[in-house]
Design a protein around this ligand. Sequence first.
Ligand code: TXA
Ligand code: MG
Length: 333
Amino acid sequence: MTRLVPVAGPDDPILREAAAILAAGGLVAFPTETVYGLGADGLNPEAVARIYAAKGRPATNPVILHVDGPASARVLVSDWPAAAQALAERFWPGPLTLVLPASSAVPAIVRAGGPSVALRCPAHPVALALIRAVGRPLAAPSANRSQHLSPTRAEHVASSLGEAVDLILDGGPTRAGLESTILDLRGLDQPGGRARILRPGPVSLADLSALIGPLETFEGAVAEGEVQTAPGMAQRHYAPRARLELVAPGSGVDEAVGRVAYVGLGRLPVLPAGVHGVRLPLDAEAVGTRLYALLHELDDAGFDRIVMERVPDSDAWMAVRDRLRRASAREMP
Ligand code: TXA
Ligand code: MG
């Protein structure tokens, strides 16, 4: 049986045990403000290899290193531009991951053999306390099997990864509910170059460009394996088991064939008998917090088909739109 232990806060004694497991090369799942992470000592290649095995993650997909602040980040990169310092001061601890050229301190397996490293300082007090207790950066992807939904509750981790994890710290449901914004800063060393958003998330485009100027956004997707181009940008990702379809707001569904759930935004249209209706508020942040937990619930309840209304086209909805597009993509790239 996997051990799933409640953690009350950063002073909970269980964190000492968790840190000892990590220092010995084990795996500990822990809460962050975005989703649960599957943590390992980020400077121990064998421990990081266990993450890949537990998730069934392709070796071409690098992992994020979690640090306790800018000072710990700087030793992991060969260049720490002024923009990185400004962003870290403004948004760390918080849901922003920075991609920079890696220093020789970063093991190849963390980078998936590439030249860069992704760094993030999480805002959850338990995550920060754990990083400090281990005294090293923690490699931590989302704590789910590769290509499945990210976990926003400890139970999601247990059902997705089970035995493969030495300890799951249960800090309750996560606050933001969507993975961090990933920003590649390497373009900035080119004259006229811009930073590029690789994954939209809780820190918005507007927040970022207010601080460092215009950005490039990454639209579209590449095949799994094209690591050097844009790792992790596989089309289908974050997918529930049920088939997810996106429809125009107010569309409803014609008939209930199989077990169908309909997710409306703001209000629910009249639905045929037998269709399970779920109403979400027309509020990007609230939908972000709730989305994965809802998809997990509908999967667990055995729905075959989830029909969800498209979210608005505005920047505020960028992260939710991105996850829904990926979750509803039919084919593997
Ligand atoms: O909110 C989050 O970021 C969560 C929590 C646990 O911190 N972590 C997370 O990790 O979502 P993961 O591995 O599920 O997603 C990280 C993404 C992957 O798509 C990966 O390809 C990308 O970050 N990534 C990691 N290192 C990279 C690098 N050096 N360059 C570009 N992308 C990178
Ligand atoms: Mg993930």
